[in-house]
Design a protein around this ligand. Structure first.
Ligand SMILES: O=C[C@H](O)COP(=O)(O)O
Length: 271
């Protein structure tokens, strides 16, 4: 089964918008209302293609109130979490807090956390486990920098991040996992890994997950691509067999652009 020719997906596609440090708690409400109206007007089938946003922590209470109050079919998550439950960890946010705010997902190991906050694979593995303790689905981000890509060792580098990130999970946990492949050289740069590059890495990730767990489990795990995704390229990336969604940064801050990515099936070549 492929995603390109018959509109049937092996896994439910997930279109995720990572707002990073953009949109304050007032802007978040306006943005989300507009997004929901736009998708409603377009008769978007949320059951078919899942839509998630990752707002800053300070927006989450407002987002929760809006989503609950207006019964919006959008899900949301935190951009990071602490590996700890509570205590003297100034500035950190626990998985318990995120769960109580209605989060379904949490990003773990986004490249900006890995590089700007020196987060190691070992730390990220403890965050993955913390997410499961609070019934949050981790979106584990992996991917190589430019030098590694140019050296041709990007697959092994990314698989090593994956192995360390998922260490100690059981198959039941792994089946719910989401992995986002984000080549660092393509983030916020306008450079996009080609659909074949995204497929090559996602296929390698799925094969590795099959080795680490089992084939049935690996077949359930959703793999996203992230890095300069826009409406104009989302369709071609999402045609690839092992790409189950996209993690969108800059383009997720524009309602019509993000809604158009969510409606990527409109851009798929069928037949
Ligand atoms: O989390 C999203 C990624 O960092 C991609 O960001 P971007 O779409 O602005 O390149």
């Amino acid at each position: 089964m492929t995603t390109s020719t018959n509109g049937v997906f092996d896994r439910r596609p997930l279109i995720a918008g990572n707002w990073k440090m953009n949109l304050d708690h007032v802007q978040a409400i306006t943005f989300l209302q507009k997004l929901a109206w736009t998708l409603d007007d377009a008769n978007h089938d949320f059951g078919r293609v899942e839509v998630s946003v990752f707002p800053p922590f300070t927006d989450l209470r407002g987002v929760q109130t809006l989503v609950k109050g207006d019964d919006l079919p959008v899900v949301y998550g935190g951009q990071d979490l602490s590996p700890h439950e509570s205590g003297a960890y100034t500035g950190d946010i626990s998985g318990q807090f995120l769960k109580r705010l209605g989060c379904a997902y949490v990003l773990v190991g986004h490249s900006e956390r890995r590089t700007l906050h020196a987060e190691s694979d070992e730390l990220l593995n403890t965050k993955v486990h913390a997410a499961y303790r609070h019934d949050l689905v981790p979106v584990l981000c992996v991917g190589e920098g430019l030098e590694i890509r140019q050296a041709g060792t990007h697959v092994e580098h990314t698989l090593e991040q994956l192995r360390r990130g998922v260490a100690g999970l059981d198959a039941g946990q792994a089946a719910r996992l989401v992995v986002a492949y984000e080549p660092v050289w393509a983030i916020g740069t306008g450079e996009v890994a080609g659909p074949q590059d995204a497929q090559e890495m996602c296929a390698a990730i799925r094969a590795e997950l099959g080795e680490l767990f089992d084939g049935d489990t690996a077949a359930k795990i959703r793999l996203l691509y992230g890095g300069s995704v826009k409406a104009a390229n989302a369709g071609s990336i999402l045609k690839e067999r092992d790409v189950d969604g996209v993690l969108v940064g800059g383009a997720s801050l524009d309602v019509s652009e993000f809604a158009s990515i969510v409606r990527f099936e409109q851009h798929l070549v069928t037949g």
